[in-house]
Design a protein around this ligand. Structure first.
Ligand SMILES: [Mg+2]
Length: 354
């Protein structure tokens, strides 16, 4: 049984009096935008993870990316100075194979639309990856790999049309690249959906299955999800009933945070993964004023304003100002649309140093 921990309707940021990792025995950490950015490690992330681990908090890397096997991911992380065993990497391919293995006989043939990450995950789960619909597969599993081509999509289409289950590792429509977004698994799944009229069962974030699989594999009574995307990492954490930390070192921006719907609001906010080693102040709204640390956010007519109050120190950690503004925006947009124009001046006035 998987315990759900959070109130999904909260409009507050939670407090952590000491280092955030000390409140948790399992960190479920996204990779891209959190630990690495493309082929670079994000400064401070390796040290933060080492600090948490040496205090006894387990770390599991949880990624929607199905293309690379855990061993390859672990080796890349080691090259960046981040310790990781292959069993500490939970990819959407591994979770998909685990889910399928729980439903079909050992050794059953499963048709793969994908690459080595998916094939190895199926082998490791005691299943037999096949490439042709004529091999009588019991399920189709689809995950991104650069070598996915028309013939794989065609074999999958034939097999799905025969009525067997279709499982997709994730729905990310695009992959980031130096040339901008490129077609991701969601785009390739859409091709098969168009050809079959079928809809896959999706394993990865923003659904709960990937986080649930990581928790089942690693235990932990007090898990924390960490990610850089509100629409996948944080929404997935809420779907899985987990508290979450949003870091601003990847995709989601401060403005995205203010605009986040109730289904995608984090419990904690940090600049980067170093935030797991820090204490966190609470942020909440009372009498129309969002308060965090020495900052107050409120409305002056139609515009939000942020003031430094009490013992607040301007320019030192304006992240508290962003926290106060976020909870104000979440309260204000309850039951209505987010009014972006109302917050832009206040955001520009914060000294966020991004
Ligand atoms: Mg990410």
């Amino acid at each position: 049984v998987i315990t759900r921990f959070i109130d999904p309707d909260s409009v507050e940021l939670a407090a952590a009096p000491g280092p955030l990792f000390a409140r948790h025995d399992l960190l479920l950490v996204d990779l891209d935008g959190v630990v690495v950015l493309g082929d670079q490690v994000i400064p401070g992330s390796a040290a933060a993870l080492t600090t948490a681990r040496s205090a006894g908090t387990k770390v599991v890397f949880v990624t929607n990316n199905a293309s690379r096997p855990p061993l390859v991911v672990a080796e890349q992380l080691a090259g960046f100075g981040v310790d990781a065993r292959p069993d500490e990497v939970m990819t959407s391919a591994v979770a998909a194979a685990t889910v399928i293995a729980g439903r079909v006989p050992s050794g059953a043939p499963v048709l793969v639309i994908g690459g080595a990450g998916l094939r190895e995950a199926l082998f490791a789960a005691g299943l037999r990856p096949v490439t042709e619909a004529a091999a009588d597969p019991v399920a189709v599993v689809q995950g991104f790999a650069p070598e996915v081509d028309w013939s794989m999509l065609a074999e999958g289409t034939v097999a799905i049309r025969a009525g067997i289950p279709w499982i997709s590792t994730n729905s990310d429509p695009t992959l980031p690249s130096p040339r901008g977004p490129l077609p991701g698994n969601g785009a390739l799944v859409a091709a098969v959906a168009a050809a079959t009229g079928a809809t896959p069962e999706v394993i990865g974030k923003p659904g709960p299955v990937l986080y649930d699989a990581a928790r089942r594999a690693h235990g932990g009574d007090r898990p924390l999800a960490v990610g850089d995307r509100l629409d996948t990492d944080i929404a997935g954490a809420i779907a899985a009933g987990l508290p979450s930390l949003l870091v601003l070192s990847g995709v989601s921006s401060p403005l995205d945070l203010l605009a986040a719907p109730a289904s995608a609001r984090p419990s904690y906010l940090g600049r980067d993964l170093g935030a797991i080693t820090m204490a966190h102040p609470s942020a909440r709204v009372s009498d129309g004023v969002g308060r965090c640390g020495g900052f107050e956010a409120s409305f002056d007519g139609a515009r939000a304003v942020v003031r430094v109050s009490g013992d607040g120190q301007p320019g030192q950690d304006d992240l508290d100002g962003l926290r106060a503004l976020a909870v104000l925006a979440w309260c204000q947009s309850a039951g209505g649309a987010f009014a972006r124009d109302s917050y832009e001046d206040a955001l520009k006035g914060l000294n966020l140093n991004f």
